[in-house]
Design a protein around this ligand. Structure first.
Ligand SMILES: [Zn+2]
Length: 464
């Protein structure tokens, strides 16, 4: 019995459809080729600890050398694979079922870094595997131009671009929340039925099948419209999102998951039923999703969170089980008249912003709330466990670009308590919240930049 690998990729980042195979046990080694997620039964021929000691929360990555059917071999990192079979020659136990390799600990005599492989450790710029903690320079809060409702995926399904509203700074005379427009009438839906609620800023396009390669139906669904979900499918290849099949009065339409939120009994459809709701209630819309290495291959701009748009002043609420405010930051360079960097002459994403604490490193006014393991949904806890986090793991959630902060540091917030209002502060060009999630093995908060970024899509904790 040999030890066999299965390429699992990053289940929480389904846009990653292939992983890198390198010439040695570190991300600095040459990229040899890529192997599709889902590839199975690939024999393991060697295993070594990351030879630069790269780790996730102190657990050093292990690399496995695999021999592929084409006769080539190369190294893959243990957070991207599952293994089964006789692991003993490599310091693993006998594994009778496929097991996430990163969750295993190799015997100490096996897990020391071996001498560096002879291949030249030429850094490869393309398609990095996430390895090191994020530097302090990182794009945060870059929103797309107002009116572009969807991420820049090819042939994205949103149709009518909403007319571009001028991005006007918050008037000093009107700091109070803007009264949102009356929501469209929402048809009643019996509770329990899995239901999608359209969360685009304007109407949402639909397609005849589960992918952007299917033709548009020509039918658009109104914002906040509610439709029963009949089926959920992954798009065939290359796309980050699932697709929902909706029943529009007997007509079957498909819509991409980021354009909707959902409620009802969705677990039988493979959608977690226990996630936190969006931090804003009805009056928000989807702007942009999570995009981090290694799915930088797609050419999308790095974005370590979600952007949800709203009117300035829209209330923002903590999670349903409460939490602890570990940071409540007032942007010192944000003014009422010129709340964001754009209005003060910077271009969006100017790197100076991210090193400037006066701008909140780009986040503007922000609040970070800690949710301990026992405050998290069961599905989030098992997600954390699958990524190697233990029972004392916590999640820190960044609520950024706020207009107002309503809670101070070290305050315990109750379930669903309002913590702030949606704004346009910092590196932002339109009113929105940037929602970013970082997980830590320990509940102790020692600073946002000490918690590793780029690990988790907010979809592991929040409904869109
Ligand atoms: Zn953002």
């Amino acid at each position: 019995m040999t030890l066999l690998a299965f390429i699992r990729g990053l289940p929480d980042v389904p846009s990653v459809v292939e992983i890198n195979v390198r010439s040695g046990p570190n991300t600095a080694y040459e990229l040899r080729f890529k192997v599709p997620v889902g590839s199975a039964d690939i024999p393991v021929v060697d295993a070594r600890a990351d030879d630069k000691g790269a780790n996730l929360n102190g657990k050093v990555y292990q690399w496995l050398q695999l021999r592929f059917p084409n006769g080539q071999s190369g190294w893959v990192r243990d957070d991207l694979i599952e293994i089964s079979g006789n692991g003993i020659p490599f310091g693993y136990p006998n594994l009778f079922t496929r097991t996430f390799a990163f969750s295993l600990t190799r015997a100490a005599s096996f897990s020391q870094p071996a001498p560096a492989a002879p291949a030249a450790p030429a850094p490869v710029a393309a398609a990095p595997v996430p390895a090191s903690p994020a530097p302090t320079i990182q794009p945060v809060g870059v929103v797309q131009p107002v009116g572009v409702v969807q991420p820049p995926a090819p042939a994205a399904p949103v149709a009518p671009a909403v007319p571009v509203a001028p991005v006007s700074p918050v008037s000093p005379a009107a700091p109070t929340p803007v009264t949102p427009a009356a929501p469209a009438p929402v048809p009643a839906m019996p509770s329990g039925i899995p239901t999608a609620i359209i969360k685009t800023q304007g109407a949402a396009n639909t397609r005849t099948g589960p992918g952007s390669n299917f033709p548009r139906t020509g039918i658009t669904l109104p914002r906040n419209g509610r439709y029963p979900i009949l089926e959920v499918q992954r798009e065939m290849a290359g796309q980050q999102y699932r697709w929902f099949k909706l029943n529009n009065n007997g007509q079957f339409l498909w819509i991409r998951e980021d354009l909707v939120t959902y409620d009802g009994d969705t677990t039988s459809l493979g959608l977690p039923g226990d996630l936190y709701p969006s931090p804003m209630k009805e009056n928000y819309w989807w702007v942009r999703g999570y995009n981090m290495p290694p799915n930088m291959d797609t050419g999308l701009v790095q974005h370590d969170g979600w952007d949800q748009g709203a009117a300035t002043g829209e209330p923002i609420f903590a999670g349903p089980n409460g939490g602890l405010v570990v940071k409540s930051f007032q942007c010192t360079k944000c003014t009422e008249a010129q709340p964001n960097t754009l209005s003060q002459g910077f271009s969006l994403g100017d790197s100076r912003i991210f090193n400037d604490a006066g701008w909140g490193n780009g986040y503007g006014n922000y609040i970070i709330v800690r949710y301990t393991n026992d405050q998290l949904p069961a599905s989030t806890r098992s997600f954390l466990a699958s990524r190697g986090f233990g029972a004392s793991a916590a999640i820190f959630v960044m609520y950024a670009h706020l207009q107002r902060r309503l809670v101070e540091e070290n305050v315990v917030v109750g379930p669903g308590q309002q913590i702030g209002t949606c704004g346009n502060t910092g590196n932002s060009e339109a009113t929105h919240i940037h929602l970013e999630m970082r997980a830590s093995a320990s509940p102790n908060f020692t600073g946002w930049f000490n918690v590793r970024s780029g690990v988790m899509d907010a979809v592991a904790l929040f409904k869109r």
